[in-house]
Design a protein around this ligand. Structure first.
Ligand code: COA
Length: 336
């Protein structure tokens, strides 16, 4: 436990939202040259949800997920002090969180976006817990939401098969240290490998004729799949081990392993490296694919709805992805 902590973090409610349109692997094979067998055997993905429809954006999903979390505890949105939206697919580069603040009526909340790709929710949760532990804020909404379907090259079979759209939200409240849920965290970044996974901005070659300014636009998701795979299966177990050992816990204490839902083979390889039984892995990516910042809160919300998680269970949460950035949170679940 962090020695500077004066207040703990408690999860009051979770919520999630997914688009209604789905695309299964057989349908995918009509868009690019692939097959259900290839996709499923390499990734564990069967289908994904896509946000279709004109002018639909990440804010629609994020608002829906947040509203569901608020409804579960009949919370007045004006009680929320802070909203953190973890997303890498905003509908406004100046930030989308303020639109959610307005749509849910969180009139007293300050709201900002946090960009850390598939690690975004983990970083959002850790950031929120710092505001709570310092006593700066009492109630915080953290959302992980992405619509990477808008940033995919739908002719690139090496990436388009992986991603889906979704959103997940948690409402946190400060609490006495004895009820604290976030026992420890561990965060890392290695920017030397940022080009392994990116949505890069690219300047046009020709500059503005007078100003010598180059303007451009963002490209599609670009990924070196093999390198990202190797990074995840080597770094995530190390991060989890370090995070556990620094609070004198071990893998034997873990009840649930909730990793970013990138690829079933990655989830199994990480569990195997840590000698964690595969029946402790929380996985839903066969239905949704990789939903980036949404994947962890979406899987958490589903596991809670299915009553799989019991009071005082230890959940190890780990996010990893573009940056490259990765991180672990050790959580003691308190029934809600
Ligand atoms: N369908 C059919 N064939 C495909 C294909 C697809 N969707 N995508 C690639 N292939 C082909 C390749 O062209 C290649 O063919 P070749 O041998 O004739 O050149 C072959 O399949 C193997 O491709 P490769 O890229 O080596 O596959 P892989 O075994 O590394 O699996 C991934 C690819 C993407 C599934 C895997 O690398 C992976 O999961 N990486 C991690 C990605 C990830 O999780 N990213 C997000 C992290 S947040």
């Amino acid at each position: 436990m962090k020695s500077f902590m004066v207040q703990g973090t408690k999860i009051l409610a979770t919520g999630s939202a997914i688009p209604s349109s789905s695309l299964n692997n057989d349908q995918m094979s009509k868009i690019v040259q692939t097959s259900d067998d290839w996709i499923f055997s390499r990734t564990g993905i069967k289908e994904r949800r896509l946000l279709t429809g004109y002018n639909q954006s990440v804010t629609n999903l994020a608002t829906m997920a947040s509203q569901k979390a608020l409804d579960k505890i009949s919370m007045d949105p004006s009680e929320i002090d802070l909203i953190i939206l973890a997303t890498s697919s905003p509908n406004d580069l100046f930030g989308s969180a303020s639109q959610i603040q307005s749509q849910i009526g969180a009139v007293n909340a300050v709201a900002f976006d946090l960009t850390a790709a598939c690690s975004g929710f983990v970083l959002g949760l850790v950031t929120a817990s710092q505001f709570l532990s310092s006593g700066s804020y009492r109630k915080i909404l953290v959302i992980g939401a992405d619509v990477l379907s808008k940033w995919i090259d739908w002719s690139d079979r090496s990436t388009c098969i992986l991603f889906g759209d979704g959103a997940g939200a948690v409402i946190l409240e400060s609490c006495p240290i004895k009820d604290n849920s976030i026992l420890n965290f561990q965060l890392n970044t290695d920017g030397n490998y940022s080009d392994h996974l990116s949505i890069a901005y690219q300047d046009e070659i020709s500059p503005h004729p007078i100003l010598n300014l180059h303007q451009g636009c963002f490209k599609y998701v670009s990924m070196n799949g093999k390198e990202v795979y190797k990074f995840a299966v080597s770094q995530v177990p190390l991060s989890i081990s370090r995070c556990l050992s620094s609070i004198n816990m071990s893998v034997h204490d873990i009840d649930w392993l909730l990793l970013h839902q990138a690829n079933e083979r990655i989830l199994k390889a990480v569990a195997e490296k840590l000698s964690i039984s595969s029946n402790k892995i929380i996985a839903n990516l066969s239905k949704y694919g990789n939903t980036s910042a949404a994947s962890i809160p979406l899987a958490l919300d589903e596991a809670i709805q299915e009553n799989r998680i019991s009071n005082d269970d230890i959940i190890v949460i780990a996010g990893f992805g573009a940056g490259l950035t990765w991180g672990t949170i050790i959580m003691r679940w308190k029934s809600i």
